[in-house]
Write a protein that binds this ligand. Structure first.
Ligand SMILES: Cc1ncc(C[n+]2csc(CCOP(=O)(O)OP(=O)(O)O)c2C)c(N)n1
Ligand SMILES: [Mg+2]
Length: 555
């Protein structure tokens, strides 16, 4: 068997049915093999950032391995920003790239550089195949590593001579690591003792809860404790059902406001997230000294990474949370149960009041021109069908988004976890490929959209019926907000260099149409939601450009 055919067979063994890629000369052997393969769908992205973004969305929404093939050095280079996002989101990506023939590299041919060290900082494992006989073992190892917890991208370089060579090959077989690790019983009991005595417990739910599909298990514990639940600071998933009355939305990323929240509690249970993902430095210590921390994660790196917990449990949320809940129940005194019931009622009332206030604020802005992002978000949240999936790259426009979207199941919401912008458009395509039966609506900032607008062509070419809503404030508004808040020179002279996307204004409708995607402009909230509804019905990709308020000063 040839290396190129073996590679495709190995991917199929690993359950891969889509190969996301962008080819060049070093990938020609592989492209040759694909020409006679009828099982793998090759999804072409017109820039490598788009290729990785699509694969990331696909991996996150499906929970499956997503396979990628990139061009040699510059191809991998273009992919790095989105690879960073995929790493932060823990997306199981098998990233491969072609390499020149091994005996050709000493001449330093065009496009050549040593690839594994380039990818290494952003992946769990990075290697190159040096003998065709090793291809099956290395490919299966790569796939196993990507999917074993904590999941994440891996990289494998494929020299041309390996792809072209022929040999008798044993393709071996995939390994799947059974990941439902149940936390240590002694530690579970210790955690339960602290939780059962807590007077003001709080839960922060991270992405691993959604990855483990452990909503019901966490809801049970939260209700038992009467503990409000925040999503981790920069979530990439719906780690708790948005409609649940204990859910307070994603916690802020600013030290001062975080501290204000945490000061109200005596025990913090952090499950499956990054504690805490901060954005800018501050003199304020966000973690109160007296707060008792309990930590559960399936990634040992995250346990006690920044703040020392009283109890740290390595375990899968789905299998470990019920053990914790059972132990808490057994340990709670009658008094503690009564107090928990009161907390539950009070927390529910507080959440409902907060949510109602946010919605009232949004309603009051519904008719404002230009469109206010809060009003648009709330209206979208009200009109989306129950099974819709929201992709969030709204940046400065996303305030309150987790409370406004009915993101109730673990696959209903995907957000930009790594902060490298340009993720939203391609991720939406990957999500729609993984969940073809569900309406997929991407909410994307105008600036973010420009990094990977090529994704629109792939949407048209592959007929991927996602709806893209551009929150178009003709600026990098978040940067203006942040710089203004620093009260420096820019705020004094009211001039923000490199943050205005004007002169010329970018024509997103024209851009989308030029890439084969239908597009319309909406100047009112009502027009925007009508168009979204049409887009969902039409079963074809649609871009909706919504000019939104450019104001960046606090109101
Ligand atoms: C790859 C990458 N380049 C640059 C940045 C810096 N950056 C963060 S937010 C932002 C602007 C986002 O603009 P837009 O999508 O229009 O959202 P808005 O701030 O206007 O809400 C930029 C340039 C980044 N995070 N990632
Ligand atoms: Mg903008």
């Amino acid at each position: 068997m040839s290396g190129k055919r073996a590679f495709l067979e190995l991917l199929k063994q690993e359950g891969v049915d889509i190969l996301f890629g962008n080819p060049g000369t070093t990938e020609l052997p592989l492209m040759d093999a694909l020409s006679v393969d009828n099982e793998l769908r090759y999804v072409l992205g017109l820039q490598e950032a788009t290729v990785i973004g699509m694969a990331d969305g696909y991996a996150q929404a499906s929970g499956k391995l997503a396979a990628v093939n990139l061009h040699v050095t510059p191809g991998l280079g273009n992919a790095m920003g989105m690879l960073y996002d995929a790493q932060k989101a823990g997306s199981p990506l098998l990233v491969t790239a072609g390499q020149h023939d091994q005996d050709f590299n000493v001449t330093e041919p065009i496009l050549w550089a040593d690839l594994p060290p380039l990818a290494r900082p952003l992946v769990k494992w990075s290697a190159e195949v040096h003998r065709l006989a090793d291809l099956p073992r290395l490919l299966h190892r790569a796939a196993k590593t990507a999917l074993a917890p904590p999941t994440g991208p891996v990289f494998l370089a494929l020299p041309g001579d390996i792809m072209k060579a022929e040999a008798e090959l044993d393709l071996l077989a995939p390994t799947r690591v059974a990941a439902r690790l149940r936390g240590d019983p002694a530690a579970v009991d210790q955690a339960a003792a602290l939780l059962a005595q807590a007077e003001r417990p709080l839960i922060i739910a991270g992405d691993a809860v959604a990855h483990a599909r452990a909503h019901a298990e966490l809801v049970e514990l939260a209700e038992l404790l009467g503990a409000p639940v925040y999503a981790e600071l920069v979530p990439s998933t719906a780690s708790f059902p948005a409609s649940h009355p204990l859910f307070r939305g994603a916690m802020t990323r600013m030290q001062g406001p975080i501290r204000k929240i945490l000061d109200q509690y005596d025990v913090l249970f952090s499950v499956g997230g990054d504690l805490l993902t901060l954005s800018l430095p501050s003199d304020i210590e966000p973690m109160p000294a007296g707060l008792t921390l309990i930590h559960l994660d399936n990634d040992p790196w995250e346990l006690g990474k920044n703040y020392p917990p009283k109890v740290a449990i390595l375990g899968d949320p789905k299998t470990t949370l019920p053990d914790i809940a059972a132990a808490v129940r057994a340990r709670m005194t009658t008094g503690a149960r009564g107090a928990a019931r009161q907390r539950l009622a009070a927390a529910k009332a507080a959440t409902l009041a907060e949510r109602e206030a946010l919605k009232a604020k949004a309603r009051a802005l519904a008719a404002a021109t230009p469109v206010q992002p809060l009003a648009l978000l709330a209206a979208i949240g009200d009109m989306l069908p129950k099974d819709a999936v929201v992709i969030d790259e709204t940046i400065s426009s996303g305030v309150g988004i987790r409370s406004l979207m009915r993101s109730d199941d673990p696959q209903s919401f995907f957000g930009l976890r790594g902060g490298g912008i340009g993720w939203g458009l391609p991720a939406a395509l990957g999500v729609k490929l993984a969940l073809p039966q569900r309406p997929v609506v991407a909410l994307v900032g105008d600036g973010s959209a420009m990094y990977t607008c090529q994704a629109l062509w792939t949407a048209a070419h592959e007929r991927i019926a996602a709806v893209f809503v551009i929150f178009n404030n003709a600026s990098y508004r978040i940067l203006k907000q942040r710089l203004h808040a620093q009260r420096g020179l820019a705020a004094q002279v009211d001039r923000f260099v490199g943050m205005e996307l004007v002169d010329p204004a970018i024509d997103y409708v024209g851009l989308a149409r030029s890439l084969g995607v239908a597009a319309e402009r909406a100047t009112t909230v009502r027009d925007a939601t009508d168009l979204i509804a049409n887009g969902i019905k039409s079963n074809a990709p649609l871009l909706i450009d919504v000019p939104t308020d450019r104001n960046y000063k606090p109101v």
